[in-house]
Structure formats: structure tokens, C-alpha cells
Design a protein around this ligand. Structure first.
Ligand SMILES: Cc1cc2nc3c(=O)[nH]c(=O)nc-3n(C[C@H](O)[C@H](O)[C@H](O)COP(=O)(O)O)c2cc1C
Length: 333
């Protein structure tokens, strides 16, 4: 019989296990989100992924996820102030998510005060992505309820500090702390909980699943990669993103792009690079599907947990088995 592992995070999220399937652009398709939440942890939907990458109207997409799970799932709000139009759209999306009953929000970048205001008004919680004490303090001052501690082993945008350094820096913040980065299996999960984290957020492990509808070549690249094959590049979004190293791998952008990224229009330049990357990724996926072998794998983002991943299984099974493997964690009492 399944049990509940209680931490401050599970109390906040209303889930059985202190495990988050993190938001992933463009990998968070609705089937993955619902499957991961069905396993007893919390999956976070990514609205840009849902609408742009997977073609859903936001409300219809949320309804579709809800048709596949009656468990809670959360919402990722990237709130970096690139331009007012983007923030206005995100604000409308948050309202829709709240209307649809979502109560767990993860903010990334930017100042989360206005998100906290909306979410707290209906009894929800906001966790904020941070990479060090400076950003953690800003998040706390802006009213967040928990911190996602992104470390130097994470997939996607990565931090500079190890999970041990992060807990050392943030343990006295009096907020629940989630370890994001490098957790692929039971050993790293129990390690993080033993260090004092209230939960973990995993990304890379959930790409190599039956329900993630990314290309088979991406999944295979994750399964075949070892920790040493992971590096980072600024070529996807203008800031370091961890990727699987390939023949064509380059860390830095061209001289011209670097100049644009450090100038007055750096936010615009980052948006532009992200759009180009999206189209490149889309064309790689189409080419992978057509040819059965990758044209180029340079844009496969993944973290150092690849070393622990050797198969593709159901996201529900991953969640359930990891949750059931937890022994003797502290409770929120
Ligand atoms: C391909 C990919 C895309 C990601 N996109 C996002 C995103 O849009 N928003 C976000 O907050 N985190 C994003 N992340 C970070 C994950 O939610 C999670 O924190 C991270 O993957 C944890 O590290 P792990 O990959 O070692 O498990 C992404 C990660 C990956 C691998």
C-alpha cells in the first residue's frame, strides 16, 4: 500500500511524495505532466511549452491535463521582465491557471511579488528558482513560500553551487528548500533528503520516459550519455544551459552575438536567440523523426544525472518507485 512522506513541501503541494517533475521547455507535454502527477509527486506545467511547442490554447491545455489526472500539478511562470507585453500575457495565464484550480506556482527570474499577491489571495503557494543567497533573499523579501535551489548539476539553466553548498548557504532562510539538479535515482534522492532538503526537483530523468513526446534520439542520447558528456553552452538562450556534448558542440556564441548580449538590448538579444533555438530544435526533431538518426544533437539539454539513467520507463512508475524508496525523512511537524 502506498504511503505519504510528509515534508513542508508535501503539505504545501498536497502530494504524497516530496518529488517534483520540473517544468521543461519544450519537453513538458501534457501527457508527461499528468503521468508524473499520477505517480504521487507534483509535476509542473510549462505554459510556453504547452502553447507554443505543443499547440494548445492555455485553458484547453490545462483542461486536457486535468482530464488525465485528478492529482495536483503546478505552473511555471518565467517572469523576467523582457518586455511588458510578455509580462501582461503571463499575468493573464496565471489568472487562467488560478481559475482552473492550480495552486502551486514556480517562478523563475524576475521579481515574484505580484505573482505571490495573486496566488496568496486564493490560498496558493509560490516557490522561486534561485541559485544563491542573493536571489533567495530577494525571493523571500518578495513573499515566496519556498525555494527551488538550482545547483551546478542541473539540466536546463544551471547554477554555480553544489547541492551541499546551497543548503549550507540557505538552511537558515526559514523556507522549504527543494534540491534541483543531479537527482536521477534513489541514491541521489535520499542523499538530498538526508542533507535537509524538503524535496527534489527532477528534469532530465523525466525526458527519458514513455510519456514525454520528445524525439527518440533525444531520449537515447540521455540514456547513452555519461556524466563527463555534460557541459554547458550559451548558444541556446544567451545564458549557460547544460547540454550533452557532441561533435559540433560550442560553448560560446559568435563575437557579434556576445556583443549584443552584453549591450543595452541584451533582453531582446536573448529572446531572439531563444526563438532561433526553438526553430532549430523543432527542425532537429523533424529531421530525427524522418531519418531515424540525429542530424545534430548539439541542442539536447540534460543535466549530470544522465549517468544514472539507463532506460525509458513510465513517468508514473518513476515517481511511484522513487517515492516508495524514501525512508526516514524528517516530517514537517
Ligand atoms: C530540457 C530542459 C528544459 C527546462 N526548462 C525549464 C523551464 O522552462 N523552466 C524551469 O523553471 N526549469 C526548467 N528546467 C529545469 C528543470 O525544471 C529542473 O529544475 C532541472 O532539470 C533539474 O535538474 P536535472 O535535469 O538534473 O534533474 C529545464 C530542464 C531541462 C533539462
Amino acid at each position: 500500500m502506498s504511503r505519504t512522506i510528509q515534508t513542508k513541501f508535501t503539505d504545501h503541494a498536497g502530494v504524497q511524495y516530496p518529488i517534483i517533475c520540473g517544468a521543461m521547455y519544450p519537453c513538458s507535454n501534457p501527457e508527461l505532466v499528468s503521468a508524473a502527477s499520477n505517480g504521487g509527486g507534483l509535476a509542473i506545467m510549462q505554459p510556453v511549452s504547452l502553447t507554443y511547442a505543443h499547440g494548445w490554447d492555455l485553458r484547453e491545455g490545462i483542461k486536457y491535463i486535468k482530464s488525465m489526472t485528478d492529482k495536483p500539478f503546478g505552473f511555471n511562470a518565467l517572469i523576467e521582465k523582457t518586455n511588458n507585453k510578455y509580462i501582461e500575457r503571463m499575468s493573464v495565464w496565471i489568472d487562467i491557471a488560478l481559475e482552473e484550480g492550480l495552486r502551486f506556482f514556480v517562478t523563475s527570474l524576475g521579481k515574484p511579488d505580484w505573482v505571490c499577491e495573486k496566488v496568496h489571495a486564493v490560498g496558493g503557494v509560490v516557490y522561486h528558482d534561485v541559485t544563491n543567497r542573493h536571489w533567495a533573499k530577494k525571493g523571500k523579501d518578495n513573499g515566496v513560500d519556498g525555494l527551488i535551489c538550482v545547483n551546478n548539476r542541473a539540466g536546463g539553466h544551471l547554477g554555480d553551487l553544489s547541492k551541499e553548498q546551497m543548503i549550507e548557504e540557505l538552511h537558515d532562510m526559514d523556507l522549504p528548500l527543494i534540491c534541483a539538479g543531479g537527482v536521477g535515482g534513489e541514491d541521489e534522492l535520499s542523499d538530498a533528503l538526508r542533507l535537509g532538503y524538503d524535496g527534489v526537483q527532477m528534469g532530465t530523468r523525466f525526458i527519458a520516459t514513455d510519456e514525454c513526446n520528445t524525439s527518440d534520439n533525444y531520449k537515447r542520447a540521455i540514456i547513452e550519455a555519461k556524466e563527463e558528456d555534460i557541459s554547458w553552452t550559451k548558444r541556446i538562450s544567451g545564458v549557460p544551459i547544460s547540454v550533452i556534448k557532441t561533435k559540433n558542440f560550442r560553448q560560446e556564441n559568435s563575437w557579434l552575438v556576445r556583443k549584443l548580449l552584453s549591450g543595452k538590448f541584451k533582453h531582446l538579444a536573448r529572446t531572439f536567440i531563444s526563438i532561433i533555438s526553438y526553430w532549430r530544435l523543432k527542425s532537429i526533431k523533424q529531421s530525427d523523426e524522418k531519418n531515424g538518426s540525429p542530424k545534430s544533437t548539439e541542442l539536447y539539454s540534460a543535466g549530470k544525472s544522465v549517468g544514472t539513467i539507463d532506460n525509458t520507463v513510465s513517468a508514473t512508475v518513476i515517481m511511484r518507485e522513487l517515492g516508495e524508496s524514501i525512508n526516514g525523512v524528517k516530517t514537517s511537524g
